[in-house]
Design a binder for this molecule. Structure first.
Ligand SMILES: NC(=O)c1ccc[n+]([C@@H]2O[C@H](COP(=O)([O-])OP(=O)(O)OC[C@H]3O[C@@H](n4cnc5c(N)ncnc54)[C@H](OP(=O)(O)O)[C@@H]3O)[C@@H](O)[C@H]2O)c1
Length: 228
């Protein structure tokens, strides 16, 4: 395929990340993904073969992300598109009942994980002079509901982080906070329970979301967008 891109995605062992990987691989793109589950990562390497690259990485750990990004860049896999997808949601609870450890872990993954990924991938993208950074936000990055305050805090932060970064990166590149919509994944089941089944499956969502992401570019820099 002539327009084959290198696409790095965090959190690919389940949910939206896994569905995006399947779509991008089928369309002839080269995918580099990560997740915490070693079984999930081994399955992806087996399924997609050596043109792609799946690694065990905890995005909440600076050194994990540093080692992953440094290796990929050294191997000539500087991403054309970097998708910061990995995230957690808190177990539904009023804010004052959320355990301190759970709150901290969510912030470490949902905010610091995105920062680490940008920290270690983006300088090489800037050096090359091109690239699109897509940070997964949420409807709860632009509105709120009770019992998901930690998650809302993190996604509102992603909107701010992305818009500020959009003012820093050189012309010709783009940073986009992207609300993926509402999709039936493990994460949605954790807050919507059986009601999650009323929403689209990740595979169907990816047929709309992946082409949308492939079309993002400098014209979209700094805009809060949604997959329709
Ligand atoms: N589903 C929705 O309706 C919805 C709506 C709005 C926004 N979003 C956003 O869309 C993104 C994907 O959500 P999803 O529904 O697909 O979630 P999910 O089903 O819970 O999947 C999350 C993925 O992230 C990975 N992950 C979690 N913590 C990680 C860490 N510390 N390091 C590396 N990978 C990690 C998980 O894999 P491991 O367990 O193997 O690490 C898994 O592959 C998130 O940013 C979410 O906030 C989703």
């Amino acid at each position: 395929m002539s327009d084959s891109r290198i696409i790095a995605i965090t959190g690919v062992t389940r949910g939206l990340g896994a569905a995006l990987v399947d779509f991008f691989v089928k369309e002839g793109h080269r995918v580099c993904g990560c997740g915490r589950s070693s079984e999930g990562v081994a399955e992806l390497n087996e399924k997609h073969g050596s043109s792609h690259d799946f690694s065990v990485v905890n995005v909440a750990r600076n050194d994990d992300v540093k080692n992953w990004a440094t290796r990929l860049i050294k191997e000539g896999k500087t991403p054309d598109i970097l998708i910061n997808n990995a995230a957690l949601i808190n177990v539904s609870a009023t804010l004052w009942k959320v355990p301190e450890e759970e709150f901290s872990q969510l912030i470490d993954v949902n905010i610091k994980g995105v920062y680490y990924s940008i920290r270690w991938f983006v300088p090489a993208m800037i050096e090359r002079g091109s690239g699109v950074i897509v940070n997964f936000s949420s409807g709860w990055g632009r509105s709120v509901s009770p019992e998901v305050a930690p998650y809302c805090s993190s996604k509102w932060a992603i909107e701010g982080l992305s818009k500020a970064l959009a003012e820093e990166i050189p012309q010709g590149m783009a940073v986009i906070p992207l609300n993926p919509g509402i999709i039936d994944t493990d994460m949605l089941r954790s807050c919507f329970a059986a009601g999650a089944g009323n929403f689209p499956k990740a595979e169907e969502w990816a047929t709309r979301a992946a082409p949308f992401i492939l079309n993002l570019g400098p014209k979209d820099n700094g805009q809060s967008l949604s997959v329709s």
